[in-house]
Design a protein around this ligand. Structure first.
Ligand SMILES: [Zn+2]
Length: 183
């Protein structure tokens, strides 16, 4: 009997879910407009509520745990993770499309010890960033950042390369060599 009740309840739940799914599919635009209107009319209230819930979360046990885990000290000891996280945030800020997770970028970063262009040893350690700090470079200079479109080079090389492709950069270096043979 008990078992029967559970299965009946489950199927009811599933039915409900399906109903809402279908309803949403059919009325997508209507629902979207409704929420947009609601947001515009209750902007301040929503903002206040969000702030309050953020504060509550920060003070909660879970929030405290999260903060402890991702504190500055944590990142100081996990430089590759910190670099991956801040690099993604920075590129997001500049309007790039991010198709790579922090985990994936961290894994790529952990394998890079030397700059692939000038072979200098990259400075992953904490402290002020310098010319040999790691930096993300997009291979084809597109807006999208994914595993196949990036590599990690030193800041100095990135600054010299600018928005050139690697081929263009090599051509540029050849010209420099040719022009400056007397040095
Ligand atoms: Zn370099």
């Amino acid at each position: 009997m008990y078992k029967y009740l559970i299965s009946k309840e489950k199927s009811l739940k599933e039915k409900n879910r399906e109903y809402y799914k279908n309803y949403y599919r059919k009325n997508r635009e209507k629902i979207k407009k409704y929420y947009q209107k609601y947001y515009q009319e209750h902007k301040e209230e929503i903002y206040k509520r969000t702030l309050e819930s953020q504060q509550k979360y920060r003070q909660s046990e879970k929030g405290q745990r999260y903060r402890k885990k991702y504190s500055k000290k944590y990142y100081r000891n996990h430089r590759h993770r910190w670099w991956a996280h801040s690099t993604i945030q920075l590129h997001k800020k500049y309007g790039h499309i991010i198709n790579i997770s922090t985990d994936e970028l961290e894994q790529i970063a952990k394998k890079i010890v030397h700059c692939p262009i000038c072979n200098c040893k990259l400075k992953w350690e904490s402290g002020k960033s310098s010319s040999i700090s790691p930096s993300l470079d997009r291979i084809n200079n597109g807006k999208i950042i994914n595993k196949n479109n990036i590599w990690i080079i030193c800041r100095k090389c990135n600054a010299s390369k600018q928005d050139r492709t690697l081929k263009e950069f090599v051509e540029y270096c050849k010209i420099v060599i040719k022009q400056c043979t007397s040095i």
